[in-house]
Ligand binder design. Structure first.
Ligand code: G16
Ligand code: MG
Length: 221
């Protein structure tokens, strides 16, 4: 059976992916750049500054200094922090707490693999920090998703082989990162977006411990 589960945060543990979307949308409107959910899919799992660069690239007449970009990225983060201010345990997505508890009962390690600089704060607000044996956030890696470093850093912390790990992601970039790490990738979302994942569930309520272990075992042999 697997030795380590690595969870993405935004969009897997909690629906902060929606708040990232709303915050970017507000910023894009201020910049007069068109922005929709389809475009937003590309930003999932991608760092704050890289996301901003993708948005700015849509309007070629905008050329901004590094200082101005820093300010915009900071504005987005302020919008985001306002939106998540009142989140609590009720914002943990369906089935996640049950799954985490079952993983613990089976003596399997749990890590977080998030691109967010707000990861620790969000986990705290949800009351889930105690379940995590290790946290990889934006501060711990040089290369963000789709580079595998977020996921390999978590496995390396326990000296666990990558093929003994299951990574769970809602982002295309995140699934790519897990695959590049040679781990078993579980996608949460549409099979269309997440076609590269080894196993896909529609939403987090589909993340059933026994089924995940069964799918993982089939993949491994
Ligand atoms: C998350 C989101 C991304 C966001 C990134 C950085 O990653 O999916 O949309 O841009 O974190 O977040 P922050 O601006 O809070 O540093 P993940 O990996 O948890 O899905
Ligand atoms: Mg995510």
């Amino acid at each position: 059976s697997p030795k380590l589960f690595i969870f993405d945060l935004d969009g897997v543990i909690t629906d902060t992916a929606e708040y990232h979307y709303l915050a970017w949308k507000k910023l894009a409107e201020e910049l007069d750049v068109s922005f929709d959910r389809q475009f937003n899919e590309q930003l999932k799992g991608i760092s704050r500054m890289e996301s901003l660069e993708l948005i700015l690239a849509k309007n070629r007449s905008l050329s901004l200094s590094d200082h101005e970009k820093e300010k915009l990225a900071n504005d987005k983060n302020e919008y985001y922090k306002q939106l998540i201010e009142s989140i609590n345990g009720e914002n943990t997505l369906p089935g996640i707490e049950k799954l985490i508890k079952e993983i613990k009962e089976n003596n399997i390690k749990i890590a977080l693999g998030s691109a967010s600089k707000n990861a620790n704060m969000v986990l705290d607000k949800l009351g889930l920090t105690e379940y995590f044996d290790y946290i990889v956030d934006a501060a711990k890696v040089k290369k963000g998703k789709p580079d595998p470093e977020t996921f390999t850093t978590a496995a390396d912390a326990f000296s666990i082989h990558y093929s003994d790990c299951i990574g769970i992601e809602d982002a295309v970039a995140g699934v790519e990162a897990i695959n590049k790490a040679s781990m078993f990738s579980v996608g949460v979302g549409s099979t269309e977006h997440l076609a590269e994942a080894d196993y896909v569930v529609n939403d987090t309520s589909g993340l059933q411990f026994e089924e995940l272990v069964r799918q993982y075992s089939n993949w491994k042999k």
